[in-house]
Design a protein around this ligand. Structure first.
Ligand SMILES: C[S@@+](CC[C@H](N)C(=O)[O-])C[C@H]1O[C@@H](n2cnc3c(N)ncnc32)[C@H](O)[C@@H]1O
Length: 281
C-alpha cells in the first residue's frame, strides 16, 4: 500500500503546534528547509542565512528540533514517489494556511498539467535541440505548481529538464516563493526564485531576495553559452537580439557570479552535494 505522505506530514507538523500558531511553524519550516538547500552553495548570502537558520532552530525545544528534518524527509519521499504533484501547495490549503493570505488559491495540479501540455504541444524536443535550451517563467508562481507540471511535461516530451530548461519564478509572498523553491530543488530544476513584486520590482531588482537551486549553479554555464544572440528579459522570456548578452549577467543578481560560486563549490565539496539538513548547532 502506498504511504500517505501528506497524512504523515500533518501528524508530525501537529506535534509542533502546542506553543505556536501553525502559520509560524509552517514559515519556520520553509525558511529552514530553503536555507538548508541554498547554503549548499557558497553564495554571498550564506552567512546571513545560516544565522537566520540558527536563530529559528534555537527557539525550539530539543525534541521539537528533531521533528524538522523528519518533515523535510517526508516532503522528499513524497516527491521521490510521485514527482507529479504540488505537495506543499496541497498541504498549505489542507492546513488552512491560505487564510492568512486572504484565501490565496493555487491552481489544481491537473489543470497545471493541461496548461503545460498546451504550452508544450509542438515538437518540444526539436525546439530544444535547435535552441540548446528553453526558459519558462511564472511571475506569480505560488508554490510552483505550473512549473512542476512544465518540468514533468518536458520530461514526457523527451527533454532533460534538469539541463535544458531554465526556470524563473517570482512571487510577492515569501511563504509561497519558499514553497516553490523547495519543490523545484527537490525536482532537480535549474531555477531562480525571486521574492518581490512582479509589477513594481520585476526580476533582479536590488530589493528582491533571490534563491537559486543547487542545480542552477551546476548548469548555468549551459544557458550562458547558448544565449550570446538572445536576450532574456526579467520574466524569463527569450527574445532574439543582436547584442551579445550572456544569461548569467542577466539572470543572476549582480552580486551573484554563478561560475565563481560553482568553482568554489567544486573545490570545497569535491563536487558532491551534501545537505546538512536542519541540524541544530
Ligand atoms: C492564484 S496564485 C497562482 C499561483 C501559481 N501560479 C499557480 O497557478 O498555482 C497567485 C499568486 O500570485 C502572487 N502575486 C500576487 N500579486 C503579485 C505580484 N504583484 N507580484 C508577484 N506575485 C504576486 C500571490 O502571492 C500568489 O501566490
Amino acid at each position: 500500500m502506498k504511504k500517505q505522505w501528506d497524512k504523515e506530514f500533518i501528524t508530525l507538523f501537529n506535534r509542533l503546534g502546542g506553543r505556536r500558531s501553525n502559520w509560524e511553524v509552517w514559515n519556520d519550516f520553509l525558511t529552514m528547509a530553503a536555507i538548508a538547500f541554498a547554503n549548499v552553495m557558497p553564495t554571498p548570502e550564506r552567512t546571513e542565512r545560516e544565522d537566520c537558520y540558527l536563530s529559528i532552530i534555537r527557539s525550539y525545544e530539543k525534541e521539537e528540533q528533531e521533528i524538522f528534518p523528519q518533515l523535510l524527509s517526508v516532503v522528499t519521499m513524497a516527491f521521490e514517489e510521485n514527482p507529479k504533484q504540488d505537495f506543499l501547495g496541497n498541504l498549505y490549503t489542507a492546513l488552512n494556511l491560505n487564510q492568512h493570505q486572504k484565501g490565496q488559491f493555487f491552481t489544481p495540479y491537473h489543470i497545471c498539467e493541461f496548461m503545460a501540455e498546451v504550452q508544450n504541444g509542438g515538437d518540444l524536443k526539436a525546439e530544444v535541440e535547435k535552441k540548446g535550451f528553453i526558459s519558462v517563467s511564472d511571475p506569480a508562481c505560488g508554490a510552483g505548481a505550473l512549473l512542476i507540471a512544465f518540468a514533468n511535461s518536458a520530461r514526457a516530451h523527451g527533454v532533460n529538464y534538469h539541463e535544458k530548461v531554465l526556470f524563473v519564478a517570482q512571487d510577492i509572498d515569501a511563504t509561497a516563493a519558499k514553497m516553490c523553491y523547495i519543490q523545484l530543488t527537490l525536482l532537480g530544476c535549474s531555477a531562480c526564485i525571486i521574492i518581490g513584486d512582479s509589477l513594481s520590482k520585476p526580476g533582479f531588482h536590488p530589493d528582491n531576495e533571490v534563491y537559486y537551486t543547487p542545480m542552477y549553479f551546476l548548469n548555468s554555464w549551459r544557458f550562458c553559452e547558448k544565449t550570446r544572440t538572445e536576450e532574456i528579459s526579467a520574466n524569463g522570456a527569450v527574445a532574439e537580439t543582436v547584442s551579445e548578452v550572456v544569461i548569467e549577467a542577466v539572470v543572476s543578481k549582480p552580486s551573484v557570479d554563478a561560475a565563481e560560486i560553482r568553482e568554489a563549490f567544486l573545490e570545497e565539496a569535491d563536487g558532491q552535494f551534501s545537505f546538512d539538513l536542519l541540524t541544530a548547532s
